[in-house]
Design a protein. Structure first.
Length: 177
């Protein structure tokens, strides 16, 4: 049994608020994948919570609506891979945590002799680089099993509201279920 199959972890992930956030996060990622297919090179991002998610970027409302509904349809028909996105904050947090931990281990790790800290910098840089390399697949795995869900379940789209703050355009996608 892997850590991702742990009954304790599954009981946490099945909590209603956690489950809603994970399903919204998966739908957000799927919508971003679809928007990126239609608008390659366009800068966009998102943020999920229990009541829905935000899509940030200079995108026409009609395209956002089409992408969100298509994303939900595609997730429901089994395209669960759309819930995992390379630009997810989970990847950045994983990379930062692993590189930071590698730096600490290199500077003050087990068996470290008391040398000048400057002498340890090449070791720290090497360990941090290795951690960053390993963090990429690990961050995607964390998304797949922990921070997103590719199964939307009974998730429904309630409304999609365009907003604008200065020059920043965004859409609030409200969900239920």
């Amino acid at each position: 049994m892997s850590i991702f199959e742990s009954p304790i972890l599954q009981s946490i992930l099945d909590q209603p608020v956690v489950s809603r956030i994970r399903r919204n996060h998966g739908l957000e990622h799927a919508a971003l994948h679809i928007l990126a297919e239609k608008r390659p090179g366009r800068t966009m991002g998102g943020h999920s919570g229990p009541t829905g998610f935000w899509l940030v970027g200079n995108l026409p409302t009609e395209e956002v609506q089409e992408a969100v509904y298509e994303a939900l349809r595609r997730l429901r028909t089994g395209e669960r891979h759309l819930a995992v996105h390379p630009g997810c904050g989970t990847n950045f947090a994983t990379a930062g945590a692993m590189a930071g931990l590698a730096g600490v281990m290199g500077m003050w790790g087990v068996g470290a002799r008391k040398r000048d800290k400057l002498e340890r910098l090449p070791l720290v840089a090497t360990l941090a680089t290795l951690a960053l390399i390993l963090s990429q697949p690990f961050g995607m795995t964390l998304q797949k099993y922990i921070t997103t869900s590719g199964d939307p379940g009974e998730l429904e789209i309630v409304e999609i509201l365009p907003t604008k703050r200065g020059r920043v355009k965004a859409h609030r996608v409200v969900t239920r279920g």
